[in-house]
Design a protein around this ligand. Structure first.
Ligand code: NAD
Length: 411
């Protein structure tokens, strides 16, 4: 079976055929520019020392400094961060922000660390990576199991090392030290603009029904934004259960219920179903905001929605993607649907560079313009090449990266 990174490389081969790229060009695009692997020694609370493996894959910086998150997870490998860094390169290109692609991570289970151990690990990671990052070089951000608090420690460590302020070295920071308004719900807000464009493109009426799998940071914000805009959010699911109501759920109530009880189940006035039932509820649009590989060839037939929006990274397997296409289901891919987060990260960096901070409405207006434009560009390529939105996104992104590489004389 192909590794995740080999899968990312196969996607490039498909793009090569469409764009008729020569072998030299494709070989330059096939590999990260640099991958750093570091051993991180961390003093534990009991006085012992643990050594963790950390990575940073800097994939492509033709369009601007490398950009991508840092994840703390036991399954992190060099192969995984390389694949994720390639996808970041395509994402920043699709939304046309002047950044490249990178990803980092540490193979660790952060739930097993105390707060002090987590802080020492975060600082150790940045000490090891400091020679390779910077506001004009490579800008990390939060990802799986990392958050603004960790970004704050990392920024502090970096500034101590270089002896001056450099808030733009990392994004997703707390507001008090240079974070941006909107960042907290940027991914969901970006997905909302994409869904809104989708409904225009396919002439769906107001009151379009939506089901959302995953009720965490991305899914719950999106449910609220959609409900506020007049969409009927008919179903939501977390890892334990789904809630369904034919004429639309009271999303505000459900968010409150989840905050208080920690779960979706037992929410008064909604029909509770098993978690996986979300995939087959009757809804126009199914948003996948949980995990990767959720829809595969074994269950893609259950999907009744005509449109799927990938807020999560890689929730539809390549095999299922082809089968859904055959069935006429339109999939809006992750590299378009979830770029709102990295887009506001870019705005955060611009504010840091100017040392001047925008109002929430100003950031929202810029995000809306960027997302609607990105959707339009991908939709144009989808028609031009008579292909899926996913392939159209890749073709657009690779074309933009190749153009920058040519203009630099690298090709
Ligand atoms: P999260 O951890 O806050 O939420 C995940 C949600 O998915 C939880 O409600 C969890 O209960 C649910 N879930 C897990 N397994 C499930 C299952 N089998 N069935 C139904 N629900 C299940 O994560 P998040 O930040 O919302 O991110 C979700 C996805 O979006 C991830 O793939 C992430 O990489 C991607 N993403 C998030 C952001 C962001 O800014 N939050 C940005 C880009 C991409």
């Amino acid at each position: 079976m192909a590794t995740v990174f080999e899968g990312a490389q196969q996607q490039l081969r498909a793009v090569q055929n469409i764009l008729k790229l020569d072998e030299t060009t494709i070989r330059q695009l096939m590999h990260p520019k640099r991958v750093v692997e570091v051993a991180l020694s961390v003093k534990m609370d009991d006085g012992s020392v643990n050594v963790y493996t950390g990575y940073r894959s800097q994939y492509n910086d033709a369009r601007g400094p490398f950009k991508g998150g840092i994840r703390f997870h036991p399954s992190v490998t060099a192969d995984e961060v390389k694949a994720l860094s390639a996808w970041m390169t395509w994402k920043t290109a699709v939304v046309d922000i002047p950044l490249g692609g990178a990803k980092g991570g540490v193979a660790v289970d952060p739930k097993k660390l105390s707060s002090g151990e987590l802080e020492r690990l975060s600082r150790a990671y940045i000490r090891a990576l400091a020679p390779f990052i910077g506001p004009d070089i490579d800008i990390p951000a939060p990802d799986v199991s990392t958050d603004p608090r960790i970004m704050g420690w990392m920024l502090d460590e970096y500034e101590e090392i270089i002896g001056r302020k450099a808030p733009g070295v990392i994004t997703g920071k707390p507001l008090s030290i240079g974070g941006s308004l909107v960042r907290e719900y940027a991914t969901a807000q970006g997905a909302f603009f994409v869904i809104d464009e989708l409904t225009r493109q396919y002439h769906l009426s107001k009151g379009t029904t939506v089901a959302i799998q995953g009720f965490g940071n991305g899914g719950s914000f999106l449910a609220q934004i959609l409900a506020d805009a007049g969409y009927a959010v008919v179903a939501v699911a977390d890892s334990q259960s789904s809630l369904y109501k034919e004429d639309g759920l009271d999303v505000t109530e459900i968010i409150k219920h989840k905050k208080v009880t920690g779960a979706l189940k037992n929410c008064v006035g909604c029909e509770a179903l098993p978690s996986e039932a979300i995939l087959s509820v009757p809804a126009d649009i199914l948003v996948l905001a949980a995990l990767e590989n959720t829809i595969h060839s074994g269950n893609q037939r259950e999907v009744r929605a005509k449109y799927i929006v990938e807020l999560a990274n890689g929730p539809v397997t390549p095999e299922a993607d082809g089968q859904l296409f055959e069935r006429g289901v339109i999939v809006v891919p992750d590299i378009l649907a979830n770029v709102g987060g990295v887009t506001v990260s870019y705005y955060e960096q611009v504010q840091n560079a100017a040392n001047f901070y925008w109002e929430e409405q100003e950031i929202l207006a810029m995000l809306e313009k960027a997302m609607r434009r990105a959707f339009g560009a991908v939709a144009l390529y989808q028609e031009r090449y008579n292909t899926t939105y996913r392939m159209a996104g890749y073709v657009l992104a690779v074309e933009r990266v190749v153009r920058a590489m040519r203009d630099r004389g690298r090709l």
